[in-house]
Design a protein around this ligand. Structure first.
Ligand code: AMP
Ligand code: MG
Length: 353
């Protein structure tokens, strides 16, 4: 099934497809494209109005934004990124100056860590490395998976968490300084895709010719503007039991940031047990909060993505309270298939029979 999926992606990963909607001077063109970036599938449908010289390169430019964000800022793996460079200073006893962009991201992540009681934590790098999560996704694992030992996990947990990181803004400065204790490591896996959506939405707005778009980066989706025929955006919520089908549809108009965290997205099996990629910073093990997935709709991508991870770890009741603290909407799918949601999206969600 996995092989078939990648073959399918290979087939559809072609040059952008152009469709004409309407006619004459005010014609709207539909650009569609599917690629991989940030270790996941990126799908774009963009509606461009009139004569836009950049229309042929537009979807390529959007893809480039995502790759650049990964390569220059967020990746813990690529030497070219600021995060990688900062992590190398852990234990050096030195403070390092962050870029304005990463200063703002970290400030918001730190707030989400506090508001979630530590359920969301971008300084969980040592534990995430121990589980070797990224190799599950890349399908590069050879040999059988070894569940980390208790002692290894305890040691990694000691080096993990925002308690191992200090961030300091000097008065009037936009760039913060950061200090990492020995062994500490930042990992923006829980917000990277949402941050990509934030960059994309700024880009779409600045273009001036884009009337509508729906862009997904893995489990995070941005809807923007409207479709030429005026119908609403339809965003599917995967069935955690069989992610190839939707268990429900969100019908949305205008701009939304929608992120899903689910135990089916990345996992590995060992001894008949499934280990997924959303970790409980309290235990170091995959979160076991009674949920299979959480979908969050928030005012920006950082929040939709960060909150979906946090809410998954917290479980339904505490997750619901956190989402509401941020004025976000959330939909929880429990392990037994029961669905719960915040009142604000009851009218937007329809289960698939
Ligand atoms: P997501 O799929 O958005 O829920 O993010 C999961 C990814 O974020 C994982 O692959 C890890 O790299 C990282 N991660 C896992 N658990 C947490 C957590 N509790 N807080 C922050 N990042 C996490
Ligand atoms: Mg997330």
């Amino acid at each position: 099934m996995k092989k078939f999926f990648w073959q399918l992606i290979g087939v559809i990963m072609l040059v952008p497809v152009l469709f004409l909607v309407g006619c004459g001077q005010s014609e709207t063109q539909e650009l569609r494209r599917v690629d991989t970036a940030m270790g996941t599938v990126v799908q774009q449908t963009v509606y461009v109005m009139g004569k836009n010289d950049r229309k042929n390169s537009l979807t390529g430019d959007i893809l480039e934004l995502i790759r650049k964000l990964e390569e220059e800022t967020l990746s813990w793996r690529l030497e070219t990124s600021e995060t990688f460079q900062i992590n190398t200073y852990a234990g050096s006893g030195k403070w390092v100056e962050l870029s304005k962009e990463l200063s703002q991201i970290l400030e918001q992540c730190q707030k989400l860590t506090e508001d979630s009681g530590g359920a969301f934590d971008v300084a969980l790098g040592p534990v995430a490395r121990l589980w070797d999560i990224d190799s599950w996704a890349a399908g590069q694992r050879t040999g059988s998976f070894q569940v980390p030992g208790e002692q290894e996990l305890t040691d990694a947990l000691i080096q993990s968490g925002m308690g191992q990181v200090q961030i300091q803004f000097l008065p009037g400065e936009e760039c913060a300084d950061i200090y990492l204790e020995d062994g500490a490591a930042l990992d923006f896996g829980a917000v990277g895709k949402g941050l990509a959506l934030d960059e994309i939405s700024n880009y779409l707005e600045s273009d001036g010719h884009i009337t509508g778009a729906v862009v997904s980066v893995g489990g995070s989706v941005l809807t923007y503007g409207e479709k030429p025929d005026g119908t609403a955006w339809r965003v599917g919520i995967a069935d955690p039991g069989d992610p190839s089908v939707n268990m429900g549809i969100l019908t949305l108009t205008g701009q939304w940031y929608i992120s899903t965290s689910g135990d089916y997205e990345r996992y590995v099996e060992s001894g008949g047990v499934r280990y997924h990629h959303i970790l409980d910073p309290g235990t170091g093990y995959p979160a076991d909060s009674g949920l299979s997935s959480v979908t969050v709709l928030a005012e920006n991508g950082l929040l939709s993505d960060g909150l979906s991870t946090a809410c998954y770890v917290l479980g339904r009741e505490r997750g619901m309270a956190l989402a509401q603290l941020y004025g976000a909407e959330a939909l929880f799918v429990e392990k037994d298939g029961e669905i719960y949601m915040t009142p604000g999206i009851e009218d937007l969600f329809r289960p698939v029979d």
